[in-house]
Structures are given as structure tokens and as C-alpha cells.
Design a protein around this ligand. Structure first.
Ligand SMILES: Cc1cc2nc3c(=O)[nH]c(=O)nc-3n(C[C@H](O)[C@H](O)[C@H](O)COP(=O)(O)O)c2cc1C
Length: 335
């Protein structure tokens, strides 16, 4: 415990370090788990205002990739992931909580949620076992094994999606997955023709916030598509980075900003539950932030619900390292 420095090793945070001094210190400690959430291009677009017994979760709009996410939907989903980690940690340490989405607060940055905490809380059934998985979770870019995901595991993942109007759907048939992959390759190619989007992605890679492996695999797929290497690609399907026994999709009935945040919460729970069950996941939907690409996707798959997160799921070797995080101090706003 003594060599833990949260500014250097945010992933080494442990429940044992829970402070006893003051409610304020305790709420700040909960945020050490919130910042380990996944986010689009690892932008970590969150800011927090702590005024006990409340935490404000704010959108750092300066971190928004306008070219790739002009409507801010990936931003909202990412904030939902951080909010969910906060609630899981709060329940673990015995807090109950009340969330108000998009409260009307006059501030420099928009408030996405105001969470009020009280003592005597307990862990909700859909958050059981997830706390310990927060520092273990990571996006896995490796090749996934062919091993099928057992039906009871899928049922366990379904059981953590409890939000009204939010659905988890799995695509396990190969022809649909192949259509989806070809479709996403075209979408990536379209995204990379936009100079602003290209620059935003490159900046993220140079700053070390975006995984170089992801970029290499994405460019490889775009190249295969551009060179019309479909036949080659299908012959080498096993080697394609997209390859996975399952594709999952989180969809919502309504497509407003509250449902986008709640879809992020559901996604984060699914990701943590998958971690608990020994499964790997990788979102594959960054191109769907572009409205024209997204509309075409909804049409191509004849969806009658709004897709919020698309991800592959299966068994794979773990990533050797975690992605970096800004220190908590950098995302805590003064009161
Ligand atoms: C809304 C959203 C969209 C994402 N889209 C993609 C994607 O299309 N491809 C990908 O490899 N990762 C995607 N990610 C994963 C992020 O790149 C990842 O969370 C981030 O780099 C931090 O790494 P970690 O999840 O391992 O902590 C997405 C994450 C979120 C929250």
C-alpha cells in the first residue's frame, strides 16, 4: 500500500485504501474508480465537482472529438460508463445514491448527472461482484478464440442490463457478422477520408491516449477493403482482428441524451460482468458517431431501436498493460 501513488498507478487502487477521515475524502476516493472507465478514444471526457453529500459529473466538452462525434453521443456513453463505476464503488462502500440526469446547473461545463449519496446503502443485484472487476477491466484488441460463449454466460450478461428501454442483443451467426464487418470496414474508410477525423485520431495516438494496435488493425482493414482484398480477407478470416464468436449490441428505445448515458451505464456493467466471467470485449462502434454513417447502419441492419454500443465478445489473451489515465486531481474541479 505504501508504494501506491494514484498519480502514477491509478489502476492499482484498492478498496482497502478507503479513507475514514471525512465524507469529502470518501467521495473523492470513489472517483478513483470512476476514472478507470472506458471512453471513446480514451478521451476521458469527465470532470467532477465534489460538494458532500453530492458529486456532480460534468462533460469535459473540450475533450469531445467533434469530427468523429458531432452529436456527443459517444461522449454521453463514455460519461455513463464513468457514472456507473462511481455507483458500483459507492454501493460497495455502503452508500445509497440518487441520480438526477442533466440537472439544470449553471456551470462552466455541462452537468451530466448530480449524484446525492447517503449512508446505509447496499449492492444492488445487478452490481454484485462488479466492484473488484473495475481495476481488472480493459478493452481487448487481441485475436479472439473460436471457443463459443456458453448460453448461461450470455444469460448472466443479460441479467445486468436492467434499465427500462435498454436492450442487450447478441449476433452469433457468421453471415450477419461478416456483413457487419464489411459494413464497418466501409464506415472506417469513410471516416478516414475526413481530414478532421483523421487528425483527431492521429492526435490521440500521438498523445498516447489511443492504442497504436487499434490504429494499425483499423488501417489494415481499411487497406484490405480499399484494395478489394475481400476474397483474401475471407480466406484469412481467422486472422482478422474483427474475428470473435459473438458481437453484442446495446440498443435503446429512445435516443435522447439520458438514454445515451444510461446505455453507457449498462455497457459498463456488461463489460465488468464479462471480465468477472473471464471474457474479453472490444467496442467496435467508433464510426457510428458520424450521423450519416450511423443512419446508414440503422438502415442496413433494419434496426427499430437505436444502437448505442457495438462490441465483440469472446475469449482472448489479456492485454499486457492498461491504457493511461489522467490523474484524478486533473479532473476534480474546485468548489
Ligand atoms: C463510446 C465508446 C466507443 C468506443 N469505440 C471503440 C472502437 O470503435 N474501437 C476500439 O478499439 N475501442 C473503442 N472503445 C474503447 C476505448 O478505446 C477504450 O475504452 C479506451 O482506449 C480506454 O481503454 P480501456 O477500455 O482498456 O480502459 C470505445 C469506448 C467507448 C466508451
Amino acid at each position: 500500500m505504501s508504494d501506491y501513488d494514484p498519480r502514477i498507478t491509478p489502476w492499482a487502487v484498492k478498496g482497502l485504501m478507503f479513507p475514514q477521515e471525512s465524507l469529502r475524502e470518501q467521495l473523492i476516493f470513489l472517483l478513483r474508480f470512476a476514472v478507470l472507465a472506458p471512453s471513446i478514444y480514451n478521451t476521458q471526457p469527465w470532470l467532477f465537482r465534489v460538494s458532500p453529500p453530492q458529486i456532480g459529473v460534468l462533460a469535459n466538452t473540450a475533450q469531445r472529438f467533434a469530427a468523429c462525434d458531432p452529436e456527443g453521443r459517444h461522449l454521453n456513453v463514455s460519461l455513463g460508463c464513468a457514472l456507473e463505476n462511481l455507483l458500483i464503488a459507492a454501493e460497495h462502500f455502503g452508500f445509497s445514491h440518487e441520480v438526477r440526469y442533466f440537472p439544470d446547473v449553471d456551470d462552466v461545463y455541462p452537468w451530466v448527472a448530480a449524484v446525492t449519496f447517503a449512508p446505509n446503502g447496499s449492492t444492488a443485484p445487478h452490481r454484485q461482484h462488479l466492484f473488484d472487476c473495475i481495476p481488472a477491466r480493459h478493452t481487448n484488441h487481441h485475436r479472439y478464440q473460436d471457443r463459443p460463449v456458453p448460453a448461461e454466460v450470455l444469460r448472466a450478461l443479460q441479467s445486468v442490463v436492467v434499465e427500462e428501454g435498454i436492450v442487450l442483443h447478441f449476433i452469433d451467426d457468421l453471415p450477419t457478422q461478416q456483413r457487419l464487418r464489411a459494413w464497418l470496414d466501409r464506415a472506417d474508410a469513410q471516416l478516414f477520408t475526413d481530414a478532421n477525423a483523421r487528425q483527431a485520431i492521429l492526435d490521440a495516438v500521438l498523445q498516447g491516449t489511443l492504442d497504436v494496435g487499434w490504429l494499425a488493425s483499423t488501417l489494415g482493414r481499411i487497406a484490405a477493403h480499399a484494395l478489394r482484398l475481400d476474397a483474401f480477407a475471407s480466406r484469412h478470416d481467422e486472422d482478422m482482428p474483427f474475428h470473435a464468436p459473438l458481437v453484442g449490441m446495446i440498443l435503446s428505445r429512445e435516443d435522447d441524451r439520458v438514454q445515451q448515458v444510461r446505455a453507457g451505464q449498462a455497457f459498463e456493467r456488461v463489460h465488468l460482468a464479462a471480465t468477472y466471467l473471464g471474457l474479453s470485449m472490444q467496442p467496435i462502434n467508433h464510426a457510428l458517431g458520424v450521423p450519416s454513417i450511423r443512419q446508414a447502419f440503422v438502415k442496413a441492419l433494419a434496426l427499430d431501436l437505436a444502437p448505442q454500443m457495438l462490441f465483440r465478445l469472446g475469449f482472448a489473451d489479456p492485454e499486457p498493460t492498461h491504457t493511461p489515465r489522467r490523474p484524478l486531481e486533473a479532473v476534480l474541479l474546485a468548489n
